[in-house]
Structures are given as structure tokens and as C-alpha cells.
Ligand binder design. Structure first.
Ligand code: C2E
Ligand code: CA
Ligand code: CA
Ligand code: CA
Length: 275
């Protein structure tokens, strides 16, 4: 057994070392990615379920690494959060998105993801204020998407920051609703304007009785609290039909539009009736 263990270790150690080196390399590259212009923002449409009209977009970050190609955010954001790189990166996303949204022909809403590290950093509310002022974007058009994990770190600090951005007229959405530890008490304790229900509760909602029961309960909760509910990750027309029948307000997902460059949507949003 001892020999076997050593054999396993000898086999895995080089891989482990390579992973650690790899992670160091990613940390290093992340520190320079903003100044090197390696990030871009793609937009995914959010639609009103009853009318099918695009009401806004979520900004999603993409990192085009010169050697690694496009690195998915689920992979680099946790590393950026641990090293603090998320602060300049998050500021870049906010500024870039508000700047672009301010040029849109229609005053649609733009949702930006905010990490726990950003929310807790000193000066977060001042940054939002300065970016709105500099870009000229109307505060009511900006929505910040916050996950519950962002609230538990230091609830008092998080609440203070959220109240300050809300006082500017910015909206706050609870992201990935239902996946956290205490979604219900967080809904009561923080000033949310919207519930974004996680896509794990949308998957097969049209055929799975348990999932359907949970969705109906969340929609009832939204009605009771006076908060609109957005369903994430809608992939099939059967899922969308369920959401329509249950009076879900908004939806987002591959069925309705994949994340893409803004130019890709300009025609689409021009065609949407606004009269
Ligand atoms: P999220 O905020 O929950 O974003 C939704 C994710 O679901 C996006 O993945 C989107 O492309 C994907 N998605 C949309 N529709 C569908 C669908 O119908 N089916 C499936 N399977 N997936 C769908 P993405 O762009 O890879 O982003 C992953 C996560 O990375 C985001 O989850 C968010 O937590 C984080 N993220 C992305 N951009 C930013 C950013 O600018 N700042 C911060 N802090 N986090 C970001
Ligand atoms: Ca989000
Ligand atoms: Ca989400
Ligand atoms: Ca997520």
C-alpha cells in the first residue's frame, strides 16, 4: 500500500505542480489584462414574457487570452476575486457597459454583475456615482446583479453600499435566487428590486412537478413582495410557455438570445415596437 501511495504521488505531483504554475500564470495575466485590452463585454437580452419585447440586457465579461483563447468567467472570476484583480476588472466592466449603453438609441436597462469583493470595497458607491456622471447614463437604466454570497461576508457593509446606490436611483437584482443559504431572509433584509431565479429551477420546469411547484412558489413570493421575477436560462419553448402561463415577468436564455456583441442586437431592438 505504501509503495502504491508513493507511485500515485509520483504520478500526480508533476500535474499538481503544473496546475499551481498555471494558476500563478493566470493570476499574473489577470493583473495586466485590462491594460492589454483583453476583455470585452457581451450582452444577453432580457425579455418581457407576455409581450416578447426586449426590455434590457445583461452584460457578461469575456477574456480573450492571447495564448489560451477565450477563458470562461466561471474560471477566472474566482481567481480575480482572491487576488483583488476583480476591482480594476469590475470597474472596467461597469464603465465600459455604461458608456456603451448611454449610446443606445433606446433607453433600455443594462444589468451588470457585481462581485462580493467590489461591493465590500471602500468607495464602491462613489465609483458607481462617478461612472454614471462621467458616462451620462440615467441611473434608473442601471441594474446591479448581486448574488447572496456577496451579502453574507459583511451584511452591514453590504447593506450600506446597496442603500447608497439605490438612493441614486440604481436598481438591485438578487442573482441566482434559490441557490444560497438563506434566500428568504436575505430578500427581507436587503433592498432588492428584482428576483432572478437560478436556471437550475427553470430546467424542465414544464415536465418536472417538483421544479414547477418551486417556480410557482417563487412567483407567488415575488407577487407578495411586489418584486418582478426574471427566469434565467430558458432553453426551450415549453419552459417559456410554462413561465407565460404562470405570469413570470421576464426571461433570459439561449432560446431568447445568446450573449453577443451589441452590434448584433441593434437591428433587433430597433424593430421592437416602442410606440
Ligand atoms: P450569471 O450571472 O448567473 O450569468 C448567467 C450565465 O448563464 C452566463 O454565463 C450566461 O451566458 C449563461 N446562460 C445564459 N442563458 C443560458 C441558457 O439558456 N442555458 C445555459 N446553460 N446557460 C445560459 P457566463 O457568461 O459564462 O457567466 C458565468 C458567470 O460568471 C455569471 O453567472 C457571473 O456569475 C460571472 N460573471 C460574468 N460576467 C461577470 C462580470 O462582469 N462580473 C462578475 N463579477 N461576474 C461575472
Ligand atoms: Ca448575473
Ligand atoms: Ca444568474
Ligand atoms: Ca451564476
Amino acid at each position: 500500500a505504501k509503495n502504491h501511495g508513493r507511485g500515485v504521488r509520483r504520478f500526480f505531483e508533476p500535474i499538481l505542480a503544473a496546475q499551481i504554475r498555471d494558476r500563478r500564470a493566470v493570476e499574473h495575466d489577470l493583473r495586466h489584462a485590462v491594460e492589454r485590452g483583453e476583455f470585452k463585454v457581451v450582452y444577453q437580452p432580457q425579455l418581457a414574457v407576455d409581450s416578447g419585447i426586449v426590455v434590457g440586457f445583461e452584460a457578461l465579461l469575456r477574456w480573450r487570452h492571447p495564448e489560451r483563447g477565450t477563458v470562461p468567467p466561471d474560471l477566472f472570476i474566482p481567481i480575480a476575486e482572491e487576488t483583488g484583480s476583480i476591482l480594476p476588472i469590475g470597474e472596467w466592466v461597469l464603465r465600459e457597459t455604461c458608456r456603451e449603453a448611454a449610446t443606445w438609441e433606446k433607453p433600455l436597462r443594462i444589468a451588470v454583475n457585481v462581485s462580493a469583493v467590489q461591493l465590500h470595497a471602500p468607495g464602491f458607491a462613489e465609483l458607481v456615482h462617478e461612472v454614471l456622471f462621467t458616462t451620462g447614463l440615467a441611473p434608473a437604466r442601471l441594474e446591479l446583479e448581486i448574488t447572496e454570497t456577496a451579502l453574507v461576508r459583511d451584511p452591514v457593509r453590504a447593506l450600506t453600499a446597496l442603500r447608497r446606490v439605490k438612493a441614486m436611483g440604481v436598481r438591485i437584482a438578487m442573482d441566482d435566487f434559490g441557490t444560497g443559504y438563506s434566500s428568504l431572509s436575505n430578500l427581507r433584509a436587503f433592498p432588492f428590486d428584482k428576483i432572478k431565479i437560478d436556471r437550475s429551477f427553470i430546467r424542465a420546469v414544464d415536465v418536472n412537478r417538483e421544479t414547477a411547484a418551486i417556480m410557482r412558489a417563487v412567483l407567488g413570493l415575488g407577487r407578495g413582495l411586489g418584486l418582478p421575477v426574471l427566469a434565467e436560462g430558458v432553453e426551450t419553448s415549453a419552459e417559456l410557455a410554462f413561465l407565460g402561463a404562470e405570469n413570470c415577468h421576464e426571461a433570459q436564455g439561449y432560446l431568447l438570445g445568446r450573449p453577443g456583441p451589441m452590434a448584433h442586437f441593434i437591428e433587433h431592438t430597433r424593430e421592437a415596437p416602442d410606440r
